[in-house]
Design a protein around this ligand. Structure first.
Ligand code: PRP
Length: 184
């Protein structure tokens, strides 16, 4: 369907149906691993919100939910590796099984920081779930335990992922037309 959101998409990488199917599979696998353990999901704002909302509903578990907001700072054009917490946990996570939920693992700076931070808070275990993994961007040696899709080195948006805060509400995941980000 053509609209002001889809007009800027060069090609669709994953349709709404394909994402739904994969999220159901991830949810079932996580539910099997954590059955009876009451894990605490930690969603990383803002990109993960749509994935998180679907994922936890695909996990028939007793579980808790927390959110964190973090951002990289320093050099604006390349990830500096330094991460700042803009919104922190609201409860003690000591001794808890944590499941970090991200939309994308790219350089690894964010998740490397979060793992260290949450380990220092006394988490019993940390499991990383990312909808997308972009191994070509990696600067830190971080791997995810659950990956939705491995993506090529392209500018992907939709299903929570933005460009300049837009396109998060696109139901599919697509590659942005270069002229969109070359304009700005
Ligand atoms: C994105 C994404 C991850 C991070 C991944 O967040 O949601 O948190 O970048 O990149 P990295 O592996 O290179 O650290 P972003 O800072 O764009 O904020 P957002 O979630 O609000 O879009």
């Amino acid at each position: 369907m053509k609209n002001e959101l889809t007009n800027d998409i060069l090609k669709v990488l994953y349709t709404e149906d394909e994402i739904h199917q994969r999220v159901q599979e991830l949810g079932a696998a996580i539910a099997e691993e954590f059955a009876g353990r009451r894990p605490l999901f930690v969603g990383i704002l803002k990109g993960s919100v749509i994935f998180l909302a679907d994922l936890i509903r695909a996990c028939p578990l007793l579980c808790d939910l927390e959110m964190m907001a973090v951002s990289s700072y320093g050099n604006a054009t390349a990830s500096s590796g330094r991460v700042r917490i803009n919104f922190d946990l609201q409860q003690d996570v000591r001794g808890r099984d944590l499941i970090i939920v991200e939309d994308i693992l790219d350089s690894g700076n964010t998740l490397s920081f979060l793992k260290d931070y949450l380990n220092a808070k006394g988490a019993a275990s940390i499991t990383i779930v990312t909808l997308l993994d972009k191994p070509s961007g990696r600067q830190k040696a971080v791997t995810a335990d659950y990956i939705g899709f491995t993506v090529p080195d392209a500018f992907v948006v939709g299903y929570g992922l933005d460009y300049a805060q837009l396109y998060r509400n696109l139901p599919c995941i697509g590659v942005l037309k270069p002229e969109v980000y070359q304009k700005t």
